[in-house]
Design a binder for this molecule. Structure first.
Ligand SMILES: [Zn+2]
Length: 395
């Protein structure tokens, strides 16, 4: 079985080892390499694998993925073949590992705080490219957290980060293990490894952790959402939290400059602007609708006491058209056949008996009520409908 060097030293970025087995990988150009000892972390417990290099002689192979097999050996996927028996110098990507350690250890503190304050049980960790998430079962199948609860969790976790409490990992014997106050029972029966943070988090874990909580830097919850009866808490830690803060500040500063207000007043300024925009839209709509109404009235022809308007106009806001059509037929004895762009609106006053729903179906696609119907069509539909009315009458 591969000796896992990261168990004893999570900061071991370089090591020497010997290849114990090698072969072709699953993809073209991919090779599998087993070592007698390795500092490379294989994906498990929600913490992603390490990447890095294996150097032998003057040749360097890239390690693109790392997994553990059933026997407990660590499998390194490389872009070059390295024959068994070759001594290699391994180097892992420290930036990537440090990021994973920050997210992973932050998750411990968050899961511990959720358990301690809300009696929530965490069942999974996912470290994504941008953010991380845990799924939590809360008492009474609650699937949401209040703003105050989110704030309380963030405050508690970040206080423990600032306290810079020690983080310790060890393999207890069976007797010691049975006495430990673990947050949840171990999922493995043998070689149970324990991680303890301060005096508030203790759980079985095979992952890599910094030596103290201060190295997590910071934890920020980004969102919570229901997830199949559980609640998913999305968060970021350490360097990711700083990068997000920087990106949000850049956006906020730009928005503030655009709205000529300080960042603290952005939300008020945005809501004022939204109100003004809605009012301006309403006003523009009223104006547009009045213009359409004028066009309708200018196009009226008198057919034995019924004023018929059959017109085609350019495409325009359907809300303005609907308002103008309603206004047009509010007066008695009116009939409207309108095509705006590719949209038909057929309407009539209450005292006119023609069924507009039937009529629109005879000339285009659409439908509605006997007094007003809408649909899709072309200007030709309006003139066909007019012809039908001229032939069949408008009573
Ligand atoms: Zn852990």
């Amino acid at each position: 079985m591969t000796e896992r060097l990261y168990y004893d030293d999570a900061y071991l970025w370089e090591f020497d080892a010997v290849v114990t087995a090698s072969g072709r990988g699953g993809k073209p150009g991919e090779w599998l390499v087993k070592l007698d000892r390795s500092a490379f972390y294989p994906t498990s417990g929600g913490q992603p694998f390490d990447t890095g290099t294996l150097t032998f002689g003057k040749t360097t192979a890239r390690v693109t993925q790392v997994e553990a097999d059933r026997e407990g050996d660590v499998l390194h996927m490389t872009d070059r073949e390295i024959p068994a028996g070759t001594p290699v110098h391994g180097r892992i990507d420290g930036e990537r590992r440090r990021d994973h350690m920050e997210q992973h250890a932050g998750e411990h503190l968050l899961a511990g705080a959720v358990y301690e304050t809300l009696q929530g049980t965490t069942i999974g960790l996912h470290v994504g490219h941008e953010d991380c998430s845990i799924d939590v079962t809360l008492p009474e199948e609650r699937t949401h957290l209040t703003e105050e609860e989110i704030r309380m969790l963030e405050d508690l976790v970040n206080r423990r980060i600032r306290q810079d409490d020690p983080i310790r990992c060890w393999f207890p014997d069976e007797e010691e293990l049975s006495r430990l106050p673990l947050r949840k029972p171990p999922t493995v029966a043998e070689h149970v490894r324990i991680v303890a943070m301060g005096d508030y988090e203790m759980v079985a874990c095979g992952g890599t952790h910094p030596s103290s909580t201060g190295q997590i830097g910071m934890l920020k919850i980004l969102s919570t959402s229901p997830a199949r009866g559980k609640i998913r808490i999305t968060f970021v830690c350490g360097g990711r939290a700083l990068a997000l803060f920087q990106s949000y500040m850049r956006s906020a500063d730009k928005a503030g400059a655009a709205l000529s207000c300080p960042v603290e007043k952005l939300s008020r300024a945005a809501s004022d602007l939204k109100g003004k925009l809605a009012e301006a839209e309403r006003r523009a709509n009223r104006l547009e609708s009045r213009e359409i109404l004028q066009k309708m009235e200018a196009g009226m022809e008198d057919h034995g006491g019924i004023l018929l308007c059959a017109v085609a106009i350019a495409e325009t806001d359907p809300r303005a058209v609907a308002a103008a059509a309603s206004d047009f037929v509010a007066a008695k004895g009116r009939l409207l056949l309108l095509c705006a762009g590719e949209r038909l609106t057929f309407a009539r006053s209450a005292d006119v008996k023609v069924n507009m729903n039937d009529l629109i179906k005879r000339v285009g696609r659409g439908g509605g009520r006997p007094d007003m119907a809408c649909g899709a069509g072309i200007p030709e539909c309006v003139f066909t409908a007019r012809k039908i009315l001229m032939t069949e009458g408008m009573k």
